[in-house]
Design a protein around this ligand. Structure first.
Ligand code: C2O
Ligand code: CU
Length: 462
């Protein structure tokens, strides 16, 4: 007799069995992602565990994987004592699912739920994070990797997700230093941690074999830190930025700069020998230090492989017609040592001192924080250029929701598709994009303290 049962036989066998009526319902219950408090051993073992805010108790949150062209459905369950919401960073998403409290949805109250359910058009490395009081909630741990898989992924021995972060801990008790929005960090470079690490620990290590080929997916989940990275005992290529494949793999020869919220996909071969430790290293405090270590145990194969092929391109990546595109200007102003005397806030002119008294330090296009009318109202499908001038003394990682853009070089050539771009003081920058995704989309600095103290605006695509 076979153990296989037809669905009808199965249901028949169950008929009349008390208490199982709920079974089909349970089978349909949505997958959840629960925001809740947990503890994590971020710091070295001699320190206490840190109380963190997590998705499903994990720091960073669980790696979500979904095939390109599929849908991601998760019910956010809020077990925190404060309202929250989730933004799916870099996904060219349906606006109603973008997770921006106060713009695309109401924040989910404690005990509440919200059903996210959306299509993922692009394969690549993305991430998700809280978008309610982000400068505090993301710093407390509410973020995770979102991987959209190519139908034909490049062949590698290991696919390694590396969520880079920093944490500002009180050395006395290893708990988060408060307040999260200290005026000193808001008005300067943002909240920078005193402990740096990867995947929730200061000392991330993963064993590899000599000659193995790895895909490294780097995600900068920190509030404000710009990581300067290099490979050691690894050689390879950059294959994608912010989830979007480069037209051709680029050999990693110089330092990699990873601003907050940016991602870099690498394919690397382990060139270190057995007994050595390969590493992703970062520059800080005038020194190169390990950010992720790969101790080499054993040898995979004797021969080195050829360079990888380019990833298949994602759909809708052209930005046509930039010569006749609508042009917009956005000045970035304010901050400590800035030249700004004042700006518009809540519809009236306000001096920098008065702004600072209200915890606001920055302006985009002359406006402090959100406005009733958008920075730009765009017609669906039109190409737009935004020229940004950084008149502050700090770097800013500018992020557009809902659509990727390309940098426009002086000579008019277009750079790679990105969703977050690093702007340096006194270096004007121009981006161009096709406003092909209808809805209300934030445009803000991803130094999250800056976003909370003035550097947030929005565009409307109809
Ligand atoms: Cu990761 Cu409003 O963004
Ligand atoms: Cu900024």
């Amino acid at each position: 007799m076979t153990l296989r049962m037809t669905r009808r036989a199965f249901c028949g066998a169950m008929a009349g069995t008390a208490g199982l009526a709920a079974l089909p319902v349970r089978a349909m219950a949505p997958k959840t992602l629960t925001a809740r408090v947990a503890t994590a051993q971020i710091a070295p073992p001699k320190y206490a565990a840190t109380e963190v805010w997590t998705y499903d108790g994990a720091l960073p949150g669980p790696v979500l994987r979904v095939p390109q062209g599929g849908r991601l459905a998760r019910r956010l369950v809020n077990d925190l004592s404060v309202p929250t919401s989730i933004h799916w960073h870099g996904i060219r998403i349906d606006n109603a699912m973008d997770g921006v409290a106060g713009l695309t949805q109401e924040a989910v109250p404690p005990g509440g739920t919200f059903d996210y359910d959306f299509a993922v058009p692009d394969a690549g490395t993305f991430w998700y994070h809280a978008h309610t009081n982000s400068f505090e909630q993301v710093a407390r741990g509410l973020s995770g990797a979102l991987i959209v898989e190519e139908p034909d992924a490049p062949e590698v021995d290991r696919d390694v997700v590396l969520v880079l972060d920093d944490w500002l801990l009180n050395p006395e008790d290893a708990q988060f230093m408060e307040p999260f929005g200290h005026p000193m960090s808001l008005s300067h470079g943002g909240r920078l941690g005193n402990l740096l690490g990867t995947n929730g620990t200061y000392d991330y290590a993963r064993e590899v074999k000599a000659n193995e080929r790895l895909r490294l997916r780097l995600i900068n989940a920190s509030n404000a830190r710009i990581f300067v990275l290099q490979l050691a005992g690894l050689e390879g290529w950059t294959i994608a930025l912010d989830g979007m494949p480069l037209p051709a793999p680029e050999p990693v020869e110089a330092e990699l700069i990873l601003a907050p919220a940016q991602r870099i996909d690498l394919i690397v071969d382990v060139t270190a020998d057995v007994g050595e430790t390969a590493a992703l290293v970062r520059f800080d405090d005038d020194q190169w230090r390990p950010q992720a270590r790969f101790p080499v145990a054993g040898t995979a194969s004797a021969t080195r492989r050829d360079g990888p092929a380019a990833l298949p391109p994602n759909p809708n990546i052209e930005v046509p017609g930039i010569d006749s595109a609508r042009r917009l200007d956005m000045a970035m102003e304010g901050g400590a040592m800035g030249r700004m005397s004042g700006a518009m806030m809540n519809g009236r002119a306000i001096g920098f001192r008065e702004m600072a008294g209200q915890g606001q330090f920055w302006a985009l296009a002359g406006q402090v924080g959100m406005t009733d009318t958008p920075f730009a109202s765009l017609d669906r499908g039109e190409t737009v250029r935004v020229r940004m001038t950084n008149e502050t003394a700090f770097a800013h990682a500018m992020h557009l929701h809902g659509m990727h853009f390309r940098q426009v070089a002086e000579d008019g050539t277009l750079g790679p598709m990105r969703d977050t771009i690093l702007s340096y003081p006194d270096e004007p920058l121009e981006i161009a994009f096709v406003a092909d995704n209808p809805g209300k989309w934030l445009f803000h600095c991803h130094m999250l303290g800056h976003a909370a103290s003035g550097m947030t605006t929005w565009i409307n695509v109809t």
